[in-house]
Structures are given as C-alpha cells and as structure tokens.
Ligand binder design. Structure first.
Ligand SMILES: [Zn+2]
Ligand SMILES: [Zn+2]
Length: 338
C-alpha cells in the first residue's frame, strides 16, 4: 500500500528501552531527505523499511542511555549514527562491498524525540561529533557518505568536466564533492531556478534550466561538442537516467545515482557502449568507512554542508515540512528539531 504526505501524523510512542549493546540517543536535529519523501509517496524496498513506521534517517543527538557493560559511547556524548550497519561476514561483506551486505541492519525513526541505536550499529557506524560541528551539520553525514561512495564510482579526475542532473541536496553534494576532486568545469541541471541559484553559489560554473533550455544541445555547446567526461544523475527518474547517457563524451562515465521506482527499466543504445566505450555505473548507499570520512570532511569544512539547510522547523511541523518539500521544491534541506 502506498501512502502520502497526508498520512503523516505525530503519535506518542514509548521511549525505547536499551538492551545489550544498545544506546539511546535524544535527537537534537534531523534533516529531511528526498528518500524520506519517496518512501512516503511510492514505497521502498521492503527489506529496508516497512510502512507505517517512525521514519527519517539523517540525524544527530546526545547520548542519554548506554546499555550495561558498554564502555563507549559515554552519556551526554554528542553522536551521529546509522542509518545502516553491515554484518561484516556475508559474501558481499567478505568482498568488501559492505554497502551491499546481505544482512544489513537499517535504522529509521529520526523524526522523534529519542532513537535507539542497535548494538551492531554502535560498533560499526556511530561517531562522536566534534564540538564545533552543529547537530544539523552532523545529520548530513549520511547523504554525504552516499555521495562519496558514488563519487568514487564515478572516478572524477583532475580537470574533468562534470555534469550533474539535479540540484537538490544530493546533486549539490555531488557538485561540492566533484569540485574537491578537481573537476575543471561543473554544470548543474535542474527545473527549479532557486536550486540553480544555490548551485551557482556553491560553485557551479554553468547551470541549465531543463524547463527552458535544450539540455543536450547546451551541454554539447559547453563541452566543445564532445559531451562531459562524467555525468551524474541525481534525480531518480527513467527520463533523466536516459538523458544522462546523451550528455557524456566517448569513453566517459555515467553514474546513475538517483534510485528509480521499483521495476523501472531504461533504454540504452548499444552503440554508445560499443563504439562510444561509455561506462555506466550505479551506486547504492555507503560503507561505514564513507560515513566516517563524510563526518571528517564536514568537520574540517572541506565539504561545507551548512548552506544546504535552508529552513528550520520543529517536530510538530513535520507534516508542513513535507508538504513544502513535495510542492515547492524551493527548499534544499529542512532541519527538524524536536
Ligand atoms: Zn538521506
Ligand atoms: Zn554482510
């Protein structure tokens, strides 16, 4: 069954009790994410999240309870964790593909006063937040971790022209990351002018409003007719997955990053792969190492995520927040505080 923003409501639930190895955290900030909206509107992989439930997955907070015998973290420590923890011993983990773990533990429930962190997650995917980093910045560790993993797959090299379809939070994080990886020219594409303005502020060299301009023609024009070295799709629609393939140069790489609805198929011109030697890659989620790296990059402000929070709202206003996200598209991320 599919739900919608109209089904969102605030309910009183029991404060979770911690068992062996677990930690209870008081949520101080949780950020909104397109994935949360997608889950509400079109469902998601059942293994990952089953509705109805408390949701939200980008958060940071203060430790209020630690199960007996656990010597880290300490009470009152500022932490972030999740939203996943691989088992480390399945076939995928043994291949080093921790993000594809067959027995992944997922944690949802950030839009709440308290969140209980499972034992395995305390061990492999929980970090202390440095004092100078705000809770809302630390909450953005999760999407940045996913983007870092994607950026590795895309293999941006020094001087590359990188085209990014989508200037929402993920597209903008890809933009910031590509610039740090040495992109020579960055091109951001979106339908919403406010988002393109943010992209320009964050350093996009060129922006294209896909509602007003011919995207393929303009990217060709900006790349001397060849296409971009790397194209990153950060929306999650079959039309933009296919469009990405038309924007890349021969021998270039397309990273299909945005998750499409279950069962989606796209058309790929075989000539593109054969004569054009184009590499097409997907990327899903992140490994504990990416989470750790992401928090470090946020803390050093190597990747400054502060401009991505364009509005703050309270937990009571959660429904309104998602109405804004689903209708206006003008906010990048809303930080929710209980
Ligand atoms: Zn997210
Ligand atoms: Zn595993």
């Amino acid at each position: 069954m599919l739900y919608g923003v109209k089904d969102l409501r605030i309910e009183d639930v029991e404060v979770p009790e911690v068992e062996s190895g677990e930690v209870l955290v008081r949520v101080k900030a949780a950020t909104t994410c397109g994935t949360d909206l997608k889950i509400l509107q079109r469902g998601y992989v059942e293994k990952v999240i089953k509705l109805p439930t408390v949701f939200g997955h980008e958060w940071a907070g203060e430790v209020v309870e630690v199960s007996e015998g656990l010597d880290w973290p300490k009470k009152r420590m500022r932490v972030r964790a999740g939203n996943s923890a691989p088992c480390l011993h399945c076939a995928m983990c043994q291949k080093g593909k921790y993000n594809l773990c067959e027995n992944m533990i997922w944690l949802w429930g950030a839009y709440a006063e308290y969140i209980k962190v499972p034992a395995r997650m305390v061990l492999v995917n929980m970090q202390e937040i440095p004092q100078h980093v705000s809770y809302q910045e630390a909450a953005i560790t999760e999407p940045l971790a996913c983007v870092l993993h994607g950026a590795e797959e895309a293999g941006v090299k020094l001087g590359d022209t990188v085209t990014i379809i989508g200037a929402g939070p993920i597209g903008l994080l890809h933009l910031l990351t590509a610039k740090k990886k040495g992109a020579g020219k960055t091109i951001s594409i979106d339908l919403v002018e406010e988002r393109l303005n943010v992209a320009r502020k964050l350093g996009a060299d060129e922006t294209i409003n896909a509602g007003k301009e011919n995207v393929v023609e303009k990217v060709r024009r900006l790349t001397s007719g060849y296409g971009a070295d790397v194209v990153i799709e950060a929306i999650g629609l079959p039309a933009t997955w296919e469009q990405a393939l038309k924007l890349v140069r021969k021998g270039g790489t397309v990273l299909e990053f945005g998750g499409c609805p279950p069962g989606t198929e796209i058309k790929v011109d075989t000539e593109l792969l054969h004569y054009g030697e184009v590499t097409v890659r997907g990327a899903f989620h992140a490994t504990p190492l990416h989470f750790k790296k992401a928090l470090n990059l946020i803390a050093s402000r190597t990747i400054d995520v502060r401009p991505l929070v364009t509005r703050k709202m309270t937990l009571e206003e959660i429904k309104e927040a998602f109405e804004i996200l689903s209708t206006t598209k003008s906010e990048i991320k809303i930080a929710i505080t209980p």
